[in-house]
Write a protein of this length. Structure first.
Length: 329
């Protein structure tokens, strides 16, 4: 009797194994062609998503779709990788957030117009299959580029108007916005037809931005101060005027550097009249010291834009500066 039981159990085990093997073979036979050989086409981009069947059906089907779209975007997102490489020069929080927003925006552009094609599943995994028309993708890309060029042109005109009205910070912000609008196309042509002929939007905005910064000038209201050794000089012992195209320039960040030691406050912005008060400092025991002030280009870049291309253009400029001499007497 015992032997018979063992034989029956063994038979059941063998039958179960055989049944599972047969089921696996049938599943393999039912596997669609797009899983056996990845499709290649001159008409479509394809994306295939694979995810474990964990959680409810809705959950893993959504995950499969998400992974299929991510797979699809990899085929056409080389620009994302190049931008990440370009902007990794700086690693502060602001830069990181800028990279992420740019990647998200570019990904959304790539994936618009995708279509569901098919799905398949086995005992453990769910597979999703999506596609995107290449002609539709390139048509949308061309449309978005034209929209970006038009926005850049609008910002350029607004910048020119602000400059003519001597609102120099607004002009810088608009030049920066004009470059930012086309920053996804800087490896392509950025020219546009206007009523005055063809202009390259990147070049004209870059040149205008650089020209405006080169026109910034600083001027002390006096060339020298006299103080006794260890004397404390109060704020506004000297006044700095900030000019651009020989007009007062407001909200321009400047930075002071004192040869005689540390300054409690060294960063300021020009007021509505383009004036900056000198910081408080103490005369040393030396016969002569200097208080240097210069346009803070790093702060200026961060003030007007998050775009790192523009920040780099600004920081490469030679900052305007002027020097005040303090003599012991």
């Amino acid at each position: 009797m015992k032997a018979l039981t063992i034989i029956c159990l063994a038979t059941l085990v063998l039958f179960a194994c055989s049944s599972k093997k047969k089921e696996a073979e049938l599943l393999e036979l039912s596997k669609p062609a797009w899983l056996k050989d990845r499709p290649v086409s001159s008409i479509y981009f394809y994306g295939i998503g694979i995810t474990p069947k964990v959680g409810g059906v809705i959950y893993y089907e959504d995950k499969g779709k998400e992974k299929a779209l991510a797979d699809l975007s990899k085929q056409i997102s080389t620009k994302i990788k190049s931008e990440q490489s370009l902007y990794r020069m700086e690693d502060n929080k602001g830069v990181y957030e800028y990279i992420q927003s740019r990647v998200k925006a570019t990904s959304n552009e790539f994936l618009e117009g995708y279509e569901f094609v098919d799905k398949w599943e086995d005992q453990s995994y769910y597979y999703a299959y999506y596609r995107l028309s290449k002609s539709e993708f390139y048509a949308l890309k061309a449309k978005r580029k034209q929209e970006a060029l038009q926005l850049s042109l609008l910002k350029y005109k607004q910048a020119q108007e602000a400059r003519n009205n001597y609102d120099f910070i607004l002009a810088l912000e608009q030049y920066a916005a004009a470059i930012d609008a086309i920053s996804g196309y800087l490896n392509e042509q950025t020219s546009i037809e206007t009523e005055n002929g063809t202009i390259d939007l990147f070049e004209v905005n870059k040149d205008a931005l650089n020209d405006l910064i080169s026109e910034l000038q600083l001027e002390y209201n006096t060339s020298t101060l006299t103080a006794t050794a260890q004397e404390k000089l109060a704020e506004s012992s000297a006044i700095v005027s900030v000019y651009c195209y020989k007009h007062p320039a407001k909200m321009i960040p400047v930075r002071f550097n004192y040869s005689g030691g540390f300054l409690v406050s060294d960063k300021f912005k020009s007021n509505s009249n383009g004036k900056v008060q000198s910081p408080e400092f103490s005369m040393s025991s030396k016969p002569e010291e200097t208080l240097n002030v210069s346009v803070d280009l790093k702060a200026l870049g961060r003030q007007i834009t998050k775009n790192l291309i523009v920040r780099q253009l600004i920081e490469k400029q030679k900052p305007a500066n002027t020097i005040l001499t303090i003599k012991q007497g």
